[in-house]
Structures are given as structure tokens and as C-alpha cells.
Design a binder for this molecule. Structure first.
Ligand code: AMP
Ligand code: MG
Length: 267
């Protein structure tokens, strides 16, 4: 099992996990970026096969505090894949129609079909994170959701979906720097959300909510991976490495040609 993978049933306290850990790579940033480029090329080949084979369904859930790098990870790790077979779904504040349904309704509609990789930028986990922190529904309601989520993901896995769940772990100090960078750089102003400052005030409540998520929903069929994300290049490297390793062990290959091609002659 991978060092960053959360063992099923293990109680997680994020303060014991170093967001600046670099233990999978000791050759520094420059070489690390090169390694990620290599891994992304391998990922491209794997994705082409997944798309051609039309068999596997890959769901990648990305969670993390504001500024933890969800958008950056999507751009850097998945940005060079073939958009025909890769879809990104962002989960925002639910719309009126979404909120009029159970919380998994909007999620299930976007899970991958055969040959597809779907990236969830935020996910059903918001329904036990922001919802819990801000009391958007009573405790008696959100408390039951951990079990629902485990069963929902189990159903997806039983039906042929492979799940990856990455939690991008940053420190509160790192968040401060990233928010400041958004203020300082005019090209990043669009990303500065005053609401993020309110969320920062309840950092500890979010940490508690994440501790519960990581402790209660890391299962054999859908384990969490805690990605040390204080350094962006290392975050990308870890995600790419884990994907390539795990996908590499699956039965991913080009399908056999429809017929014997060697006798075909094109006039
Ligand atoms: P961003 O990812 O920065 O574009 O922001 C999306 C916002 O939507 C975040 O503030 C989330 O907390 C919020 N959000 C996502 N899912 C839910 C949900 N189920 N209930 C309430 N807010 C949500
Ligand atoms: Mg945001």
C-alpha cells in the first residue's frame, strides 16, 4: 500500500500529516517537474487505451481547502490528455433544482461511462464538509451520509468504476501565501473570492470535518490518498505517480482488431 493512502478504518488526524512532506522524491524541484512530465506521457498512453478499450470507468475525486490546488492539479496532471475521453465536473453551490433532490442525485449523473475518465473538482464530499461546517442541514441528516457515500462508491466500484480520491493537504500558512498571491497578481484577481476569507476563519472546523471524512470514507474499494500539497510540483508528481502505478496494474490495453488485418488490401 502507498504511504499516502489511508488504510480503511484508520483514524486520521491531519495535524499528524505533514503538508510539506517530500519523502517520495529526493532529487529536488527541477528533476521532479521532469519526472512529472514523463509520468504525464505515460498517462496519455494509458488514457488512449482506456478510451479505445471502452471497458474501464475512471473516477478521480479531488478535494481540498480553498487554494489547495484543485484547479492546478487538474491542469497540470490531466491537461494534456485527450479531451474526447476526459471530462471535468465542478461541483458548486447546488442550484434550486439540485437542492430539491437528494445530495447524490447531481453527482450520480456525472459518473464516468465506459472508456471515460471523469474528474470531480469538489464532489459529494461537500455534503459532509461545507454542509457540516455551516450547519446547512441538521447533524442527524449529515451524520448518515458517510454510510451512504461508502455504499454509493461501493456500488460504483462493483459496477466497474475505479475510484481515486485525492485530498490536497496544505497548511494554513501556505493558504495565507496563496491568498496573498491572488491579491498581488492582477492575473489572479479573478480567483480571489472574498468568501474564502470567511472560510479561512473556520479552518479548524474544516480540518475536523476532513478528519472525519478521511477516517470514515477510506475504503478498500475507494481509498483516500492524502497528497502533501504545500509544494505544487510535488503535488502534481504524487498524483501522476499514483495514477500511473495503479492504472498500470489494471487490464488496460488496446482492443483486438475487428478482423484479421493482415489480409486486407486497400485498392
Ligand atoms: P469553487 O470550487 O472555488 O469554485 O467554489 C465552489 C463553492 O461551492 C465552494 O465554496 C463550495 O463549498 C460550494 N459547494 C460545493 N458543493 C456544495 C454543496 N453541496 N453545498 C453547499 N456548497 C457547496
Ligand atoms: Mg474557491
Amino acid at each position: 500500500m502507498h504511504t499516502y493512502q489511508v488504510q480503511s478504518g484508520k483514524k486520521i488526524t491531519l495535524k499528524d500529516w505533514d503538508p510539506a512532506d517530500l519523502s517520495l522524491w529526493d532529487k529536488g524541484k527541477k528533476e521532479g517537474i521532469k519526472e512529472t512530465e514523463k509520468l504525464v506521457k505515460e498517462l496519455q498512453v494509458l488514457q488512449e487505451k482506456i478510451y479505445a478499450q471502452q471497458k474501464h470507468r475512471i473516477l478521480v475525486v479531488i478535494q481540498g481547502m480553498d487554494t489547495s490546488g484543485k484547479d492546478g492539479a487538474i491542469r497540470h496532471v490531466f491537461g494534456l490528455l485527450n479531451p474526447q475521453g476526459v471530462f471535468v465536473k465542478n461541483f458548486k453551490v447546488p442550484t434550486a433544482v439540485e437542492i430539491a433532490h437528494d445530495y447524490l442525485w447531481r453527482v450520480h449523473a456525472h459518473v464516468p461511462g465506459n472508456g471515460e475518465i471523469v474528474l470531480f473538482n469538489r464532489s459529494h464530499y461537500e455534503d459532509v464538509l461545507v454542509v457540516r461546517v455551516h450547519n446547512l442541514v441538521p447533524r442527524t441528516v449529515w451524520q448518515k451520509r458517510y454510510d451512504h457515500i461508502n455504499q454509493f462508491e461501493r456500488m460504483l466500484a462493483d459496477e466497474g468504476t475505479t475510484l481515486f480520491k485525492f485530498f490536497l493537504h496544505i497548511s494554513k500558512d501556505e493558504q495565507k501565501e496563496r491568498l496573498q498571491a491572488r491579491l498581488d497578481d492582477p492575473l489572479k484577481h479573478w480567483k480571489f473570492n472574498v468568501g474564502d476569507l470567511e472560510e479561512r476563519k473556520v479552518w479548524d472546523e474544516y480540518t475536523t470535518a476532513y478528519n472525519h471524512v478521511l477516517s470514515r470514507t477510506s475504503t478498500e474499494w475507494a481509498p483516500w490518498i492524502i497528497v502533501p500539497s504545500n509544494r505544487k510540483w510535488y503535488r502534481n508528481l504524487v498524483i501522476a505517480k499514483i495514477l500511473v502505478e495503479k492504472l498500470g496494474k489494471m487490464d488496460i490495453k488496446f482492443p483486438d482488431p475487428q478482423s484479421d488485418l493482415k489480409d486486407i488490401k486497400i485498392d
